[in-house]
Each structure stands twice: as C-alpha cells, then as structure tokens.
Design a protein around this ligand. Structure first.
Ligand code: PLP
Length: 389
C-alpha cells in the first residue's frame, strides 16, 4: 500500500479524529509544533469573551468570590487525572521556571544534610539555570548526570534529583518508576519536569510515589501562549512543604493581612501571588477537549502517528537525515531528525507552511499532537522535507 493510502486508511480509522474539530486550525498549515505551543481550541475565544465581558466587565471585583480565587486548585483538580494524581495535590499558576524554583528549594528543605543536587545533564536550560541558583542559595552543589545513568548515580550524598520525563531535544522518555524508586532507595527525593509528557502520554505520579513535579500547559494541553504552569505536591509532603516564594496567596488566611506568614492547608501553600485569571480561564476552556477522549487514546495515537512519520522518513528521506528519537515506545510525542544546516532547513519548511522547530546544533524537531494532527499531515511534512533537503 502506498504511503498516501496508508495515511488515508489510518485517518479514517482514527478513534479520536473527532477531537480535531475542537480546534481552530489554518487549513493551509501543517502544524507540528504543538510540543512548543499547542493549537487554539475553539472553546477558548467565547470563554474569554465571557470572562472579560461579563465576569470582569460586569461582576468586577466580585469575580474573586465567584470562582476566580479558587481557580488554581480547581484547575489543578482538572489536571490531576492527566498526571495520575488524586485530587487536592496539584495547583495551577506561575511559570514552570518559578514552580521549579519552589519545588527544588522545598525538596532540599525536605531532605536536609545532603550536599548534592543532581540535574539531568541534557536538561532544558531553564532547569539547569534554576538549579544552579538554588544551589547557591541553599549551599548544595550541582552535579550534572546523564539521565540513563541517573538511577545509578544517586547516592547517600544526594538530596534531590531533578529529572525530565521526556527529553526536550531527542524525545527520549525516561523511566519515572525505576528512577524514582532508585532515588528513594538512596534516600534522595526526585523533582520531575513533565513539560514534554503531560497531555502526551499517561503520567503516574501517585503510583510511582513521585515526590514533587512541575509542568507547563501551553504545549500538549493547548492553554495558549504563557499559559500558567502547575505544581504537584503529594499529600504526604503537604504539611512539611516549605516553599521559598511565601506570598500572600499561599497564606492560611490571606485576607487576615497578618504580618507573619502561616502557610495554607494542603497544596494551596504552593501558591504565591495573585493568579493570572485570564490565562487560567483560557486553560480551563482548553481542557474541555479531554471530556471527549482519554490520555490512553491520545498516547496510542501519538505512538502510531510518530511510527507512521518514521516510516515516511525511512522511505522518502533515507540516509539524508539521522533519526535521533528512539523507535521503540521509549519516546514522547516528538521526533528529532538531524540534518546539516538544520536552522536554514527549518526556515524553508516554515516558508512552505510546515511548522516544526529547530534546536541547535542540528536538530529539526516535529511535535505530533494527537488531538489535531492527522496521519496525512505527517506524510505531507515528509514530502515537503524531501523537497527542501
Ligand atoms: C522541559 C522544559 N522545562 C521548562 C520549560 C520552561 O518553562 P517556562 O517558560 O514555563 O518557565 C520548558 C519550556 O519549553 C521545557 O520544555
């Protein structure tokens, strides 16, 4: 069967094809960058019009008592099933970088007397930068470790390991269960960065006894540019969770206006300042699509889509590219291809309406968001790449 026939057949049989209707997509664009910024859900614009026109415009400050104040925890509970968390353990707000700062300092305070902070050596830069600053503040030292060796490298000196679930460059999926267990055996805690796995594949934070986790909502959760991030604090750590950004919104009685800080109950103490309500309620609307599918269905399609993309790459590009992403299931939802002059190649692809991204030095990155990317899009992208390189 030709690749075009296979794409048609896979699209016709796709059990979650209906989810694409929930997105406002440009029909001329093949969008393969949902792993950086998800597409626009149709539900967002009318919801924001209501939030701005009615809630803000008419209800004014009364909005805080009519749903805004509790939005960080309410949205956290909406996200919880996507990360395998019981309710009451996820709070939405701030950026991933800010939540990472809170989580790392809190983790070091939860595990005092150990001198090392291990960091994924291939980490997304912000994690490394924040870890270095946290180390300076708390007096621990950072030791970079390649993720495949992380389980073996954690030892009695390790306070915390900062780990990425899916590598932002290669798409490699790391074994959350095995790494967390190894860290616990050595008496260390693990903070997981879920930016490239949340909304792409099942994440089992409670089942793996994860200590703390952070992630963003503008990639596979389609929350929009600058959408708020989230912080996971399991119940067993909530009373002892001592985060450094002790702002008034995490206070037990924020409106008592007392001079001393008393942390709020539960995951609420992960909050800092006034929540960004417009972005938060845009995310609320974006999450409605999850009522029409499940993370298991999304993962199944994500693997099939990337498998199909890789077959097209093999057949149409051959040895003109090097595939950097594993071909087994140990991967997330993006595929990295190495080519010479990758930056220029990506510019030319974008000029031809195939939108992926470039990561130095030589990586073309293509994200497959199963909610709206079709098998036909995967084939079109490879045909256009073949024309460009
Ligand atoms: C793995 C990872 N961590 C952290 C971040 C940065 O998050 P933020 O800009 O929300 O602080 C990103 C952004 O793409 C990322 O991919």
């Amino acid at each position: 069967m030709s690749l075009a026939d296979t794409a048609r057949k896979l699209d016709a049989l796709d059990p979650i094809a209906h989810c694409r209707d929930e997105f406002d997509l440009d029909p001329d664009v093949v969008y393969l960058n949902g792993n950086s910024l998800g597409a626009l859900p149709r539900a967002v614009a009318p919801r924001l019009a209501e939030v701005v026109g009615q809630q803000w415009g008419r209800r004014l400050i009364r909005g805080w008592g009519e749903g805004w104040w509790g939005a960080p925890e309410r949205l956290g509970d909406r996200l919880a099933p996507l990360v395998g968390s019981a309710p009451g353990q996820v709070v939405v707000g701030d950026s991933t970088s800010v939540n990472l700062f809170k989580a790392l300092v809190a983790a070091i305070r939860l595990n005092p007397g150990r001198p090392e902070l291990l960091v994924d050596a291939a980490t997304f830069p912000t994690d490394g930068y924040i870890a270095a600053s946290v180390a300076r503040l708390t007096g621990v030292r950072v030791r970079p470790v390649p993720m495949p060796e992380a389980a073996a490298e954690v030892n009695e000196h390790t306070a915390v390991l900062l780990a990425n679930h899916v590598d932002f460059r290669s798409g490699v999926l790391h074994d959350m269960g095995a790494i967390t267990e190894a860290a616990h055996r050595a008496g260390a805690l693990v903070v997981w960065d879920l930016c490239h796995s949340v909304g792409a594949l099942p994440v089992e934070l409670d089942a793996h006894q994860v200590d703390l986790a952070v992630g963003c909502t503008y990639k596979f959760l389609n929350g929009g540019p600058g959408a708020p991030a989230f912080l996971y604090v399991p119940q067993r750590f909530q009373d002892a969770f001592d985060q450094p950004l002790s702002g008034w919104c995490g206070h037990a009685e924020p409106f008592a206006m007392t001079p001393e800080y008393t942390p709020g109950a539960g995951v609420t103490r992960g909050r800092t300042g006034t929540p960004d309500i417009l972005s938060m309620l845009a995310l609320d609307a974006a999450l409605d699509v999850w009522d029409k599918t499940s993370i298991a269905e999304v993962r199944a399609k994500g693997l099939r889509l990337t498998d199909f993309f890789l077959s097209c790459v093999d057949e149409l590009l051959g040895d003109r590219v090097t595939v950097r992403t594993p071909r087994d299931t140990g991967r997330g939802n993006h595929v990295a291809l190495s080519v010479p002059d990758a930056g220029q190649v990506m510019k030319e692809l974008i000029a031809r309406e195939v939108i992926g991204d470039y990561r130095p030095p030589d990586v073309l990155r293509f994200g497959f968001a199963p909610l709206y990317v079709r098998y036909a899009d995967a084939l079109t992208a490879v045909e256009v790449i073949a024309g460009v390189i």
